[in-house]
Design a binder for this molecule. Structure first.
Ligand SMILES: NC(=O)c1ccc[n+]([C@@H]2O[C@H](COP(=O)([O-])OP(=O)(O)OC[C@H]3O[C@@H](n4cnc5c(N)ncnc54)[C@H](OP(=O)(O)O)[C@@H]3O)[C@@H](O)[C@H]2O)c1
Length: 294
C-alpha cells in the first residue's frame, strides 16, 4: 500500500511531486511506453507495466526496481480483451492500494485504403486504440474519484488531427480517442481528475513494423523510411509527457514541427489535402517499384 500526499498550488491539487505516485502504463514492453515507464520510475513513481510480451515487461520491471528503487510489476495483458483491461487495473490497485496515473499508450497501426479495409482488421485496431483506453478509464476512474485525484494520459497522434491517406483506419481510431479525451476532461474536472491528450508525430519506434497490413500491395509500408523526416527519440516524448502530467496539461505536442503541421491542416485544409495527395502518389509509386524489383 502506497501513501500519497498532495500539494495545493493555485487553489488546485497538482502533482508537483511524483515521488510515491502509482502509474499504470500500457504498451510498456517497448517504444514510447517503455521509455515513459522508465521516466516515471526515474521520478520516483511506482509502476505497473502492461502489454502482451511478458518477458519484456518482466525485464523492464527488474531494471526499474534496481535502477530507481521503486516498486515495479509486470502485468501481461491483451488489451483487445476488455476483461483483461479490467483485470489490469484491478491488479494495479491490488498491488499498490491506489492508482494515481493511468497512461493509455498501447496502440497499433493499420495500413490500407479506407474503401478496401477489412472489418476484422479495423475492429482489432479500434479495440486497442479506442475501446481499451475507454475501458481502462472506466475501471480506473472510480478509484481516482475515491482518492480525490488522478491523471489520465491518452496517447493520441497528430494523425488524429488530420486524416492520413493509406492510414485512414488508424487516423479514425485516434480521432475517436481524441474526442473521448476531450469529453472526459470536462466530465472529470469536478472530480479533480485531469485528462491529458498527447499528440506525437513521427517517433523512432518499431510501430510501423508491428502495424497491420489490411490491403494487399502495401506491405512495404511496414519497413518504410520517411526520409528526410526522422522520428524523435522516445526519451524526448517521455520527458514531455512527464512534464504534462505535472502540469496537468490539456493537449501536448512534442515538436514545433508537429504543431505547425496540425495548424497547417486546420488553417489551409485545401492546400494541405493537395500536399497529402502528392505525397500519397509518390508513396504508391515507390511501393509499386519495390514490388517490381522483387
Ligand atoms: N511511433 C510513432 O511514430 C507514433 C506517432 C504518433 C503516435 N504514436 C502512438 O504512440 C503509442 C506507442 O506507440 P510506439 O510508437 O511506442 O509503438 P510500438 O513500439 O509498436 O509499441 C506499441 C506498444 O503497444 C503494445 N500493444 C499493442 N497491441 C497490444 C495489445 N493488443 N495488448 C496489449 N498491448 C499491446 C505493444 O506491446 P506488445 O506487442 O508486447 O503487446 C507495445 O508495447 C501508440 O498509441 C501509437 O499509436 C506513435
Amino acid at each position: 500500500m502506497v501513501n500519497c500526499e498532495w500539494r495545493i498550488a493555485n487553489g488546485e491539487l497538482r502533482m508537483k511531486e511524483l515521488r510515491g505516485r502509482v502509474a499504470l502504463v500500457t504498451g510498456a514492453s517497448r517504444g514510447i511506453g517503455a521509455a515513459l515507464a522508465a521516466a516515471l520510475a526515474g521520478e520516483g513513481c511506482h509502476v505497473a507495466l502492461a502489454a502482451r510480451t511478458k518477458g519484456a515487461l518482466e525485464t523492464l520491471a527488474v531494471e526499474l526496481r534496481q535502477q530507481f528503487g521503486v516498486q515495479a510489476i509486470a502485468l501481461p495483458t491483451d488489451l483487445s480483451d476488455e476483461s483483461q483491461v479490467e483485470a489490469m487495473v484491478a491488479a494495479t490497485v491490488e498491488a499498490f492500494g491506489r492508482i494515481d496515473i493511468l497512461v493509455n499508450n498501447a496502440g497499433a497501426g493499420i495500413y490500407g485504403d479506407v474503401a478496401a479495409l477489412r472489418s476484422p482488421d479495423l475492429r482489432a485496431t479500434f479495440d486497442v486504440n479506442f475501446f481499451a483506453p475507454v475501458a481502462a478509464m472506466r475501471a480506473a476512474v472510480p478509484h481516482m474519484r475515491a482518492q480525490g485525484d488522478g491523471v489520465i494520459v491518452n496517447i493520441g497522434s497528430i494523425v488524429g488531427k488530420f486524416p492520413q491517406p493509406l492510414g485512414g483506419g488508424y487516423s479514425a481510431s485516434k480521432y475517436a480517442l481524441h474526442a473521448a479525451s476531450g469529453a472526459a476532461r470536462a466530465e472529470l474536472k469536478a472530480d479533480n481528475i485531469a485528462v491529458v491528450l498527447v499528440c506525437p508525430g513521427l517517433t523512432d519506434t518499431e510501430f510501423a513494423t508491428h502495424s497491420r497490413i489490411s490491403v494487399p500491395g502495401l506491405e512495404d509500408m511496414q519497413g518504410e523510411r520517411h526520409a528526410p523526416l526522422r522520428g524523435v527519440p522516445v526519451e524526448r516524448v517521455a520527458r514531455r509527457v512527464v512534464k504534462a502530467i505535472r502540469r496537468r496539461e490539456r493537449e501536448v505536442y512534442i515538436t514545433l514541427f508537429d504543431r505547425l503541421v496540425v495548424l497547417g491542416a486546420q488553417l489551409l485544409p485545401g492546400l494541405f489535402e493537395w500536399g497529402l495527395l502528392q505525397a500519397t502518389k509518390i508513396r504508391r509509386r515507390r511501393f509499386a517499384q519495390a514490388r517490381n524489383n522483387r
